[in-house]
Design a binder for this molecule. Structure first.
Ligand code: FE2
Ligand code: FE2
Length: 152
């Protein structure tokens, strides 16, 4: 059976949920907290980039996909800004967990909206052959972005 685009996207969604759960449970000022934040940041950014390129760009080209892709890209940008804000805070300080909770909340909202709405919208726009091709391209770019972000 050929790879399914939505299964590929959901794999990262599950990983994001699990990393954020662990992050919020980590203890202030620990090495574990810093490492979990780095892992979550890389996962979020690698997924966002590959998803923008191989899900949202193709559906942005169709009138039916315009609003969903615009909305999703806006949320990706908001997630990026929250990541940057967390990075400016002291992981041992009190403000850090509040901002990390805000990030987690925003990501959970976004993933739910993609799974319940944007994936369905795109499912009607993309052909079966496109979905197979995009799944391959998404996985390749996601892996490449992971390597690039991890090397920074
Ligand atoms: Fe997304
Ligand atoms: Fe996603």
């Amino acid at each position: 059976m050929s790879d399914n685009l939505y299964d590929a996207l959901r794999e990262s969604h599950e990983l994001q949920r699990s990393l954020l759960r662990k992050l919020l449970r980590s203890k202030a000022g620990t090495r574990e907290r810093i490492d979990l934040f780095t892992q979550a940041r890389i996962e979020l950014q690698a997924h966002e980039a590959a998803e923008e390129r191989y899900l949202y760009v193709p559906i942005l080209m169709d009138d039916m996909g315009l609003l969903s892709s615009r909305h999703a890209l806006h949320e990706h940008h908001e997630i990026d800004e929250l990541i940057e804000e967390v990075q400016t805070l002291d992981p041992a300080g009190a403000a850090w967990i509040g901002k990390a909770r805000e990030l987690s909340h925003k990501v959970h909202h976004h993933l739910r909206e993609e799974e319940k709405k944007f994936f369905q919208v795109s499912g009607k726009i993309l052909s079966a052959a496109q979905k197979v091709k995009l799944a391959k391209q998404y996985r390749k770019d996601y892996a490449r972005m992971h390597r690039t972000l991890s090397a920074e």
